[in-house]
Design a protein around this ligand. Sequence first.
Ligand code: ADP
Length: 493
Amino acid sequence: MLKETDIQKKNRLDFSTGWSYDPAPESRDHITIKEQYGHFINGKFTKPIEGNYFPTISPSTEEEISQIAVGSAADVDAAVKSARKAYSKTWSKMSGRDRGRYLFRIARMIQERAREFAVIESMDGGKPIRESRDVDIPLAAAHFFYYAGWADKLEYAFPGRKPKPIGVAGQIIPWNFPLLMAAWKLAPALATGNTVVLKPAETTSLTCLKLAEIIQEADLPPGVVNFVTGAGDTGAAIVNHEDIDKIAFTGSTAVGKIIQKAIAGTGKKLTLELGGKAPNIIFEDAAVDQAVEGIINGIFFNQGHVCCAGSRLFVQESIADEVRDKLIDRIATLRVGDPLDKNTDVGAINSKEQLDTINRYLEIGLNEGADIFQSSCELPEKGYWCCPTLVANVSQSHRIVQEEVFGPVLTIQTFRTPEEVLEKANNTPYGLSGGVWTDKGSKIFNMTSGIKAGVLWANTFNKFDPTSPFGGYKESGLGREGGLHGLTPYLNI
Ligand code: ADP
């Protein structure tokens, strides 16, 4: 059974290509998921003290996959105590070389079990297997490899200084890159000699709990890494625990602000990686076909569930029609559906709440007078879905241009001069990322020095590497993760 969205009924772009791929689903046979998971504290899976669990469901089928423990303040306290003990007794005293060995071991074990991780990530989070298999899991392993290499070289990273770990880090991560965000947070913290209490997002705990199995097998000393699962209250209990020395958070700007207020004056260190509303700017001298592919990759793959997604397209006026037509043609070929199908481009929206948020923004856009077009993709009856969506006839003041939608929704605006597009590109509260497409090196330098964003791509988009620092300006956050920069938030130098 297929269903048609209201927006499709109103503004249908007829995209029928007349042909289709056969289904090519990735097998689930090789994975094991327990019916119920406790927290991972002091090297063991433990039952939640208050005994409560919540279901984790597949957003593409709405089926329950497993039961996850609800973390209470008492669970968080047990995890922090175990992390503190491991910090004082073993991890901070261990040589960098030995810490590095553990991290190399974890990296290799993630590689060995990459297929299992990829399938679970797609089942639990809804992202296409192509993304989890080719992006999330290899990058997660790469982060452990990269920071393993730094563990015994910290004095070379900061010459003439004596870098020391901070202590116990509380880490809170979102649902868009579950294993990768865990790797981003864990690898630098562990390489620098800190111990960790980490909370995955409530809709995507499973790959973190699978990582706990690897951590056990790798024989990491008990308590060095602890996972407490749960929702916002569990996160708040981590933030407010008095024996935590540092908080690293990735998530919404709203929660980032709550955390910043909560720890003000406590002496806890803080890094925040928050929302974004990235401009993707196409000049008339750009290679248009490549740019169109970059736009598609920047916002539609991964359902737009990327904080650095290129959600605002700016096209130079002289090529606006050409880019729009090519974009529509390309969207016609995007396949929306089963995340485990190897031919799927756009998977399921991560949760019902997120789908409601996206639809609310589309409604706001319509009420503000925008023209909204959705591809005529066929949607499965069950699950949470949003067809690739173009939003035209908008101006800077539209909320759908200003606010983060976090879905496969692209606004299109035009510009005439570089000065004009810089004004428009910088006119949001965010400053996480941006992209520029042009044949001219000088234009790249002018634009990238003018755009107020922490991450900028030229003639490409959404490319990541563990050696590159990542982070934002303004309401997109503070501090950097990745690269040499990513070591400093975990060290007293
Ligand atoms: P998103 O919009 O990406 O879901 P959130 O900021 O709501 O972003 O969630 C990101 C992470 O922050 C999740 O792990 C969530 O459980 C956690 N979280 C939500 N509210 C709070 C809070 N008040 N304090 C700490 N963590 C929180």
